[in-house]
Design a binder for this molecule. Structure first.
Ligand code: AMP
Length: 431
């Protein structure tokens, strides 16, 4: 039975998962806890007002609703062991347990994991104090990157230009910038090359790959400015040729699954591989234990109605590994509309006018929105809307995205005009 699905999370990622899941005729209802103001614009979707930390109420409600499959979107509930708890209560869950989520919630653990399995990654030093960090920074012959060990909402990585900046970054982390997430610091050799995201749906033993994607993390055009949660993405990433992907599978993906097994971690969920293609080959920058945002919004429209079966198979441990993923022979592009000031301070509560959106192969997934008392759509986050379109090529897909963006208005709307510049043939600066 796959009639009632529950998705946990409140962003564009969860709305795009809901959108892809509801395509299947067997699915009658997709519930979101808590979802956002855009969730109920999606067919079959309903938001539930339940606090996931109130475990008894949660289980009671899920049993009452006869939930057949639970998909956990964000990393924090995964790191807190929500998937373990719900599996113990007898639910089918797509999402790793606390042991698997450690790939994301402890960078030093993930680095050791990679070393144990001989998986290519930048050299690193785990440090427990500022004195220790200073010694390594002073004696290092290569530029370093500084990372808080624990979860930091994507903000825990510093790429300093000098030893002095490096020291300051380590100091700010040890001084509590990220709370307990910064009790340990990872110093890493700075490596170079284009970045690409690979997602593997995993059932504990077998896996299948989703279409590849590339995102744009920097706030401003020409990939300048501060890092953000993501300003846009495209899929698939042509940078990943068949040859390169084969190498990534052999050197990175399969050794990861084998090492998880060796460590007795029954990983049922998605593994995100953040990779850098360096001169000496692909290296892992980081693992995530969940779908990337906005890569997920970009990839989901390429999935056919069987997507929910893949999630269910992962949750039950019966993936064959030969399942086909339908991508409709199309490419997909996504641009994020953000609030003025993001990723620093920004105001919320501005009315959003969606205008006359061209709906053909285009989706608007709300990332950070709310509804006013009289039902008006309001901004409610730094990243507000994900505008996604598919077409035969990237020029056509992004043309539709930007045409739709012209229709959308809210106070202080900001987006990059050059998302996908690497793959848009017609792209020229200032267009
Ligand atoms: P992370 O949160 O670990 O993915 O890091 C955020 C971003 O920092 C990555 O997408 C990279 O652009 C950059 N980064 C992380 N680690 C390194 C590294 N060792 N060398 C160069 N850039 C890095």
């Amino acid at each position: 039975m796959l009639e009632n699905i529950l998705i946990i999370g409140n962003g564009g990622r969860e709305n795009s998962l809901a959108w892809a899941i509801q395509k299947n005729d067997l699915v009658k209802k997709v519930y979101l806890i808590p979802g956002n103001a855009g969730s109920e614009r999606i067919n079959k979707c309903e938001r539930l007002k339940i606090n996931i930390d109130n475990k008894n109420e949660l289980v009671e409600k899920l049993e009452f609703l006869k939930i057949d499959l639970i998909v956990i979107g964000p990393e924090i509930p995964l790191a807190n062991g929500l998937a373990d708890f719900l599996r113990e209560k007898g639910f089918k869950v797509f999402g790793p347990g606390q042991d698997g989520a450690k790939l994301e919630y402890s960078k030093s653990w993930a680095k050791k994991f990679m070393n144990d399995a001989n998986i290519p990654t930048a050299n690193f030093w785990k440090v427990n104090s500022l004195e220790e960090a200073k010694k390594i920074i002073d004696s290092s012959l290569v530029p370093l990157v500084v990372k808080a060990d624990g979860l930091a909402s994507g903000k825990g990585v510093f790429i300093p230009d000098s030893k002095d900046e490096c020291f300051k970054a380590a100091k700010s982390i040890f001084n509590g910038k990220f709370g307990n997430s910064g009790n340990v610091v990872v110093l890493e050799e700075k490596i170079q090359g284009p970045e690409v995201s690979v997602f593997a749906l995993c059932d504990g033993k077998k896996y299948i790959l989703l279409p590849t994607a590339q995102d744009h993390k920097r706030l401003n055009e020409n990939d300048k400015g501060p890092n953000t949660g993501g300003m846009g993405a495209y899929s698939p990433a042509p940078l990943l040729t068949e040859h390169l992907l084969k190498r990534i599978i052999k050197e990175i993906i399969e050794p990861t699954i084998i090492e998880l097994n060796r460590k007795n971690i029954d990983y049922k969920g998605v593994i995100y591989f953040g990779l850098m293609i360096t001169k000496s080959g692909p290296k892992v920058i980081e693992y995530n234990c969940r779908f990337g945002d906005p890569e997920c919004q970009t990839i989901m429209p390429l999935m056919d109605q069987n997507f929910v079966f893949l999630l269910e198979k992962c949750s039950m441990g019966n993936l064959t590994g030969d399942e086909k993923i339908n991508t409709f022979d199309k490419v997909s592009g996504c641009v994020i509309a953000t609030s003025k000031g993001y990723p620093n301070e920004y105001k919320t509560g501005f009315p959003i006018n969606l205008g006359k959106i061209d709906p053909s192969d285009c989706q608007i997934f709300d990332s950070g929105t709310s509804l006013s008392k009289n039902g008006e759509l309001l901004t409610n986050g730094g990243r507000v809307l994900s505008i996604v379109c598919q077409d035969k090529d990237f020029d056509m897909a992004f043309e539709k995205v930007y045409k739709n963006l012209k229709e959308i208005h809210f106070d202080g709307i900001y987006f990059r005009n050059d998302i996908g510049h690497q793959v848009r043939k017609k792209f020229s600066k200032g267009k």
